[in-house]
Design a protein around this ligand. Structure first.
Ligand code: CP3
Length: 346
């Protein structure tokens, strides 16, 4: 099926575009009243394990905004259930909670690496249902958590301030760490390949928490695994976005690990980041999601600053530096999408 809007895929390959493509991390989520309404009836895991509902939520943001892509409604932690983890999403919405955290080498040994068809058939089915619903309007982005970020959840059990347990495990249990990352690399590679075979047209690898690492530790303990996942994903013929937050110290190394486009947050200026990774990859980002809570003229000023720094280079994909906040006013989202399209006409 031909895509009627292929701006995102063109930008991912650094080809010429009629205007800069724009989509948002967490665009299928709690800032949408129609999503919150569904959440009153069903909890998050129920929604994500129901392919019909997940496909429907994936398309929700398109009904409101002229976005250039949709991202599959799922979560980076879903494939961990089949590994042997008790995953819960707390009712308060504070995020995921894993009770049986990894403590030692024996715990790593016990982890299974099931096939995605066995452990997350509902995600693959949601992709198969979303594609015909999209009917070629925009591409569908699939995604996975990168091995480091997944490992951090398995070890910490949830969000963390400083990733102390994860880093202590990494430094003290060096052999078990490698075994853990190898298992997660295998799991994530198979998962991303299966998503492409089900119909995902681009992929994003979320290494959300990798910015807590020193560059040399990233090189030693993380880079080889992320590189392997990205190679596996690209072997299916789709472009890959490699995203992390707080990565100003890691950009060259992340680029070395791979990705057609590097996703950055707002803690570094977009032009400075691009200079660091060089012209052979694109950049996705990088508005501070908190800025979108503010009055539109202030948002507009920051958006224009990002566009000025991107300077019409091929390979810029407009996004936030992290996910949309649940409190984000819908009218700011709509105005932002239109502003980017109107002010980047080539
Ligand atoms: O719209 C989309 O971006 C697609 C769906 C998506 C979700 N999670 C749905 C979700 C994606 C791409 C993710 C990725 C994800 N999940 C990441 C990487 C991106 C990032 O934010 O760094 C991480 C770290 C997670 C883990 C996770 N899941 C957290 C920290 C939370 C709670 C906090 C929050 O921001 O919502 C979740 C729950 C979650 N994942 C929700 C949604 C819509 C909210 C669940 C609810 O409805 O209560």
């Amino acid at each position: 099926m031909t895509l009627r809007n292929d701006r995102l895929l063109r930008a991912l390959r650094r080809q010429a575009v009629d205007c800069t493509p724009v989509w948002f991390m967490r665009q299928a989520g709690r800032y949408l009243p129609e999503y919150r309404q569904l959440r009153e009836k069903y909890d998050f895991l129920t929604l994500s394990q129901n392919p019909e509902l997940a496909a429907q939520i994936t398309l929700m943001p398109l009904q409101r905004f002229e976005l250039d892509a949709v991202i599959l409604f799922a979560d980076i932690l879903l494939p961990l259930v089949g590994v042997g983890v008790d995953l819960e999403y707390t009712a308060s919405g504070d995020g995921p909670l894993i009770r049986n955290t990894l403590r030692n080498a024996a715990d790593v040994e016990r982890l299974r690496v099931p096939s995605p068809e066995e452990s997350v058939p509902f995600v693959l089915e949601a992709i198969r249902l979303a594609r015909p619903l999209l009917d070629g309007r925009v591409p569908l982005i699939g995604f996975a958590g990168a091995p480091f970020t997944l490992a951090s959840y398995l070890i910490e059990g949830g969000a963390s301030r400083n990733y102390q347990r994860t880093k202590a495990f990494m430094f003290q249990e060096r052999v078990a760490w490698r075994e853990l990352l190898e298992k997660l690399t295998h799991l994530t590679s198979d998962y991303l390949r299966a998503q492409v075979r089900a119909g995902a047209q681009a992929l994003q690898l979320f290494d959300s928490w990798v910015g807590c690492l020193a560059p040399s530790d990233y090189q030693d303990y993380v880079l080889p695994y992320s590189r392997q996942v990205i190679l596996a994903a690209r072997s299916e013929g789709v472009p890959v976005i490699h995203f992390g937050t707080g990565t100003a110290g890691l950009l060259e190394a992340m680029r070395e690990a791979g990705g057609d486009v590097i996703g950055i947050d707002w803690r570094i200026d977009l032009d400075a980041a691009w200079q660091r990774v060089g012209p052979k990859v694109g950049i996705q980002g990088n508005l501070d999601p908190t800025a979108l809570l503010g009055p539109w003229p202030e948002v507009q000023r920051r958006v224009q600053d990002i566009l000025d720094r991107a300077a019409g280079r091929p390979g810029h994909i407009f996004n936030l530096g992290h996910g949309l906040l649940p409190e984000t006013p819908l009218e700011n989202v709509a105005a932002l999408v239109d502003y980017v399209h109107e002010h980047t006409q080539r």
